[in-house]
Design a protein around this ligand. Structure first.
Ligand SMILES: Cc1ncc(COP(=O)(O)O)c(C=O)c1O
Length: 393
């Protein structure tokens, strides 16, 4: 019997592996400061938890339609209207098991063997693995601090080939926490659209982005490119990672193909999670989520100041996603070793740059500041002792 090539060659998601090792150390009685996973500590808004308790009253919970409960799709469309001033037909919204399933579905629907998919180096690791699973070729586009380790229209044009089928971006991004300026994002999408390629824009952190200078919410790409494929989730802004619920907004042409794929791959996303998630969009839940966003900005300050005091510079200041991507070269360790030693010796879990591509694999480490202030201060203090020991060697 043979194991499929894709299963043999798929790389682990190292953030998860480091998280597992952290859990083992905790099971052995150590207090580990866990800064390796992008998991907000606040959990779902109370109204969502209450709604979940209500649906767990013994009623049957049958499958929902493959693309999700109509009431939830409508609530998301209303959110786009109210928060972003964009009209989205609820029929174009597909509810999925997290952004992860949305990414799987849209890559399955758009990638064929031989296609080239452009994405930034560094970028969210699973996208590379998904594209490769469907026979596509990942073209990792180099980035620089000048573009905040994000794609630019110039870099995309330079990397283009006649086989380019899609450009994938996240704004704000993981692991850098930075967003692509709105005008630049629209320019990249216009370029790709003019050349007949898909634009897959992951907006899972969009509602956590710092507002524009005039206080307005950072716009969705749907405002500038209504036919872009947009990915989003309940995991981050609403603090619902384990609930496994997300969505994508699809261009008309992809609706029927994605629906057929969704029927076959998943039947539907979790019915009780969908029923409860409607309560994310009440005024109270949205007000609470905004409060939490502001709180994350304060946590960011603790981390960015703390790391720079330790001589571990954060290469690009995050302005959205709750990550700081910092350079450990001055310690004499490469990023992988730094993360291993920080976990084993200082009991601080971090994620090595190797997860996110090759360009910054040896030099950079990602820290997630989605945990409490106390844990962040403790983590920075432990890293201080650890780094001082390294430098004293
Ligand atoms: C950029 C990005 N996209 C997608 C995901 C997957 O999120 P979900 O929990 O919604 O599957 C993550 C998770 O960290 C992410 O950072």
């Amino acid at each position: 019997m043979k194991i499929a090539y894709r299963a043999q060659t798929v790389e682990p998601f190292y953030a998860m592996s480091f998280g597992q090792r952290a859990a083992e150390l905790e099971a052995a009685g150590h207090h580990v400061v866990k800064l390796s996973l992008g998991e907000p500590d606040y959990g779902a808004p109370p109204a969502v938890r209450e709604a979940m308790c209500e649906v767990m009253d013994g009623r049957p919970l049958p499958y929902t339609p493959a693309l999700g409960l109509p009431v939830l799709r409508q609530a998301i469309a209303d959110f786009y209207r109210d928060r972003h001033g964009v009209a989205v037909d609820p029929a174009r919204i597909a509810i999925t098991s997290g952004a992860s399933s949305a990414l799987l579905l849209v890559i399955a629907a758009t990638t064929e063997p031989g296609d080239e998919v452009l994405l930034a180096d560094p970028a969210y690791p699973c996208n590379r693995q998904l594209v490769a699973s469907f026979g596509g070729t990942v073209v990792a586009v180099p980035t620089s601090p000048a573009t905040r380790l994000q794609l630019s229209a110039t870099a995309v044009a330079d990397a283009w080939s006649e086989r380019t089928s899609a450009v994938m971006m996240a704004s704000p991004a993981n692991p850098t926490g930075t967003r692509i300026p709105s005008e630049e994002l629209v320019a990249i999408c216009a370029l790709a659209r003019a050349r007949g390629a898909w634009r897959i824009v992951d907006e899972i952190y969009l509602n956590l982005a710092d507002p524009e200078p005039d206080g307005a919410a950072v716009p969705t790409i749907l405002a500038g490119d209504p036919d872009a494929i947009v990915i989003n989730s309940f995991s981050k802004y609403f603090g619902m990672t384990g609930w496994r619920l997300g969505w994508c907004v699809l261009p008309e042409a992809l609706l029927a193909p994605v629906e057929r794929l969704a029927m076959n791959y998943f039947l539907c996303a979790s019915a009780p999670a969908q029923m409860a998630a409607r309560a994310c969009f009440t005024p109270a839940s949205l007000a609470l989520s905004e409060e939490r966003r502001r709180d994350l900005v304060e946590r960011r300050g603790i981390v960015v100041d703390g790391l720079s005091r330790l001589g571990l510079p954060v290469t690009v200041a995050p302005d959205g996603a709750f990550y700081a991507y910092f350079d450990v070269s001055s310690t004499g360790l490469d990023a992988w070793q730094f993360c291993e030693d920080a976990l084993e010796r200082a009991h601080v879990a971090l994620t090595p740059g190797r997860d996110f591509g090759t360009a910054t694999a040896r030099t950079h480490v990602r820290l997630s500041y989605s945990v409490s202030r106390e844990e962040l201060r403790e983590g920075i203090a432990r890293l201080g002792v650890f780094v001082a020991q390294l430098r004293a060697r």
